[in-house]
Structure formats: C-alpha cells, structure tokens
Design a protein around this ligand. Structure first.
Ligand code: HAM
Length: 442
C-alpha cells in the first residue's frame, strides 16, 4: 500500500455492513504512515548509521523544520526552489518547509558556531519536503540522515566524508551499492570555457545531470554553441571507471585533488569507489568533489545518497568557509534493503501472558509487570479472551512465547512457557521466568 497512491478517494457506501456517513480523510499525496514493523526496520537503519557517525567523531545537531525561505532560494538551485513548500506566517514572513538540511546547518554554524575550533563535524536526522511527482522512492515528505564537515577543504576532508558515507550505507546492511566520485569543477570549467551566459550554462549542466544529451544537442544548436564542445562534454561525462582514468586526463588542480582523495580512501580500506566525471548534482552550491551512492536494485530512484564539497556560509552573512557533506535518503535505504531482503524479521513482543481462567487474571498482571521490569517486551490479555482465542492472537501478534498461567501452576507459583514456533511447553517457577526467557531469547 504505497503512500503515493491517491490524495482523497472517498470510500462510499457500505463498509463491514456499516453505512459511512462521511468520506474517509486520506493522508496527503506523497506522504506515508509507518506502522510498528516498518518503524522497527527504519529505526534499526537509523541507529546503525548514527553509530557510524559517532565512530567518526560527528556530533548530532537538530535545526528547525521550517526556515525563512531565502535560506534555500539563495543557492539551492532552481530545481529545489521550484519544489519548495512555501507559506506566509501570521507575521507575513515568507517561510519554507526545509527541502534539505545542509543550508540550515550552515546557517546554524554562521549564527552560533563560527568561533568553535575547526573542523566541525556535525550530523543530523530529519524530515524534508519537496513538492515532487510522487512515485516509489520519491516522496513529498522524506527522511534524511546527513553529515557536514565544516571548515576545511583538503583531499583528506573529502575522503573522510566519503568513508563515513560508505560506512553508514554498509552498516545499515546494504550489500549492493556503487559509489561514484567526480569533481564539479572539471565539468563546470569545460562548460564555461565557451558558454558565457550563466543561465545557458546552468541549463546545460542540468541536462548533463539528467544525461539528456539529445536536449543538450538541441540547446547547443539553438544557441549556436560549437559541436566540438558538445563532443568534449559527452566524452568527459562518460569518464567512468577506476581511479587510473584520472591519469589520462589533462592534469589540473581538480584531477590532482581527486587522486589524493582516492589515495586516502585506499588507506581507509574503502575500495568500492569509482570515478564518474558526469556527476553534476541537483543542488547548485557544490564547488569541488561531488559523489553519489546508488543501490542498483532500486531502478529509477536508485540514488540513496548524494554529497560533495561546497561553500554557503558567505551567503548567510558569514565569512567563506569550505565544507564537505552528504545526505542519505533513509526511505531509499529501507527500500533497497527490502529489495535485498536483508530486512530482519520484526517481532513486537517477546512474551504474551495468558491467564487460563478469570481468577488467574490478577496473578497474570503481576507476571507481566515483572517481565517488563526485567526488560522483556511483554504483553497480557486485555480483552478477557478464551485460551484458544488468546493463543491465536499471540501467534498473529508475533509473540515469540506465550506464558500460560493455569490454576494448578498458580498454586505452585509456576507458569508454562509455550514456544510459539514449535508448540513445545515447559513449566518453570514464576520467580525464574524472566531469567529463563532471557536465556531462550538469547
Ligand atoms: P540530495 O541529493 O538532494 O542532496 O538528497 C540526498 C538524498 O535524499 C538523495 O540521494 C535521496 O536518497 C534522498 N531524497 C532526495 N529527494 C527525495 C525524495 N523526494 N524522496 C525520497 N528521497 C529523496 C541533499 O539534500 C544535500 N543536502 C546533500 C548534501 C549534504 N550535500 C552536502 N551536504
């Protein structure tokens, strides 16, 4: 039941024999509800990636969900600005729901952290909003985990950020992914070598980003730009493969920088990176190294991560400061894991306590309370069901064990543990139930 289906499909008429008086209110298009099983999977992904950020010395920060819209219109690029959720607040200020979090982090840095010793290593997790055409893997509300290394622009800075990104994706459990690293400076200077008009250059870069070379050819013809430049751009955008490709290119600051990035990555034991000089990135603020990670199993929306080096601080009233960062689409990582079927099975409860008869009910509450105190995820019958209905419920709720409290057991201060997978039953003293279950769960 993907969240991109429909905005308002009022179900009419009868439902379960009851006449509905009002149409059901649907969630907004491009948004999703997440149930307990899905949330458990998403939280596990998030926890693994947070742990990677902390291992690399990054500290967590949280910034507002909405900002003054100019924060994003300043340099995020036309594509993002067109997709922004913008509104006027009651004080007639133009606000925007954040389409990404990098700009907010740099604003926070300029506002409050510019005196902190550099480099600064910050990470964040949050929801973002883009008014996009929803489809699988592309939503209007989506979730990112990102990291920004602020105040340095050395090749080792870029390598550190790429290494963290790879660790995050790996630790989340993804096995099939491709890391592509490029340098926006190489493409930009080639495009600008013959195209002076900024707008045309930006349009050309957008087409290269989408690998729409037919449209690029048409643009060049319409503006009488040389075919020689077109051929050189296509050849550069097609430079994809091992780091040795850098040796075949005309030597420049950018190629030497990338060579050093790759050599540090090697020292970090990160060998899965490829060169891809066709990476442009959808956001306009990048100045140097750019990189993306794809999960090929995802099809059209396969890019799970994007990042690179940039400067933004001078636009927000600070001094120019170089930074490198990335953001991972948590939704896409979850989809990719599903495609790889690496998702762990979800069991919301370990033990479901069933009183065999009415007069064992109070005893059952004492048992469930003790289990919870012992850190075991435990639940108890709240609907006064019969034994067979309770066992059926325990099974459908995914309980690993049922704890049956019968009259005879209660008299002896004992309970029965029923393995819900095998049906095997064992009697244990009630006082040792917690320890016994912990052993079985381990
Ligand atoms: P971005 O490439 O726009 O970069 O987004 C990063 C990731 O967010 C994408 O790779 C994708 O996985 C996910 N994503 C983007 N849009 C959607 C959507 N509509 N639905 C689902 N997932 C989506 C940035 O946001 C930059 N701030 C990254 C960065 C940080 N650069 C430097 N520092």
């Amino acid at each position: 039941m993907p969240g991109y289906e429909s905005e308002a499909r009022p179900p009419k008429g009868l439902r379960n024999g009851i006449t509905l008086s009002r149409p059901m209110i649907q969630r907004p298009r491009g948004t999703r509800d997440f149930g307990p099983a899905e949330m458990a999977g998403r939280r596990a992904i998030e926890a693994a990636m947070r742990a990677a950020c902390q291992r690399f010395g990054f500290g967590e920060v949280v910034t507002p969900t909405f900002e003054h819209s100019e924060l994003f219109t300043a340099r995020s690029g036309e594509a993002i600005v067109d997709e922004m959720y913008v509104f006027r607040d009651k004080g007639d200020r133009e606000m925007a729901l954040r389409p990404e979090i990098t700009a907010s982090i740099i604003r926070y840095f300029v506002n409050e952290m510019s005196k902190v010793p550099r480099p600064l290593k910050l990470y964040y997790v949050g929801n973002c909003f883009r008014y996009e055409n929803p489809q699988s893997g592309r939503y209007r509300e989506f979730f990112q985990l990102g990291a920004e290394l602020i105040g340095t622009k050395t090749p080792e800075t870029d390598a550190e950020v790429i290494a963290l990104a790879v660790n995050c994706v790996r630790d989340a459990g993804l096995e099939n992914f491709v890391v592509r690293v490029g340098h926006i400076g190489i493409l930009k200077s080639l495009v600008r070598s013959e195209i002076e008009d900024e707008k045309t250059a930006a349009e050309a870069l957008r087409m290269i980003d989408k690998e729409d070379f037919d449209a690029l050819g048409d643009l060049f013809d319409a503006r009488a730009i040389s075919r020689r430049l077109f051929d050189r751009i296509v050849a550069l955008a097609d430079t994809k493969g091992g780091a040795e490709l850098l040796d075949k290119l005309e030597k420049s600051e950018a190629t030497e920088h990338l060579k050093e990035v790759f050599s540090v990555l090697k020292l970090y034991g990160i060998d899965e990176c490829q060169i891809d000089l066709g990476i442009v990135r959808g956001l306009d603020y990048y100045t140097g190294m750019v990189f993306e990670i794809d999960a090929p199993k995802l099809g059209a929306e396969k890019q799970v991560l994007g990042g690179g080096s940039y400067t933004l601080s001078e636009l927000f009233g600070g001094e120019p400061v170089f930074s490198t960062g990335f953001a991972i689409g948590i939704d896409r990582v979850a989809l990719a894991l599903k495609a790889e079927s690496a998702e762990a099975g979800y069991a919301p409860i370990d033990a479901y306590v069933i009183p065999a008869k009415e007069d064992m009910r109070k005893y059952a509450f004492g048992i469930v309370a003790k289990l919870r105190q012992a850190g075991i995820r435990a639940d108890v019958d709240l609907m006064r069901r019969t034994m067979s209905k309770n066992l059926k419920y325990a099974s459908s709720a995914g309980a690993r064990f049922a704890i049956i409290v019968g009259r005879e057991e209660m008299a002896k201060r004992k309970v029965v543990i029923r393995d819900m997978k095998t049906g095997e039953q064992t009697q244990v003293p009630a006082d040792f139930l917690g320890d016994e279950l912990k052993k079985l769960l381990a």
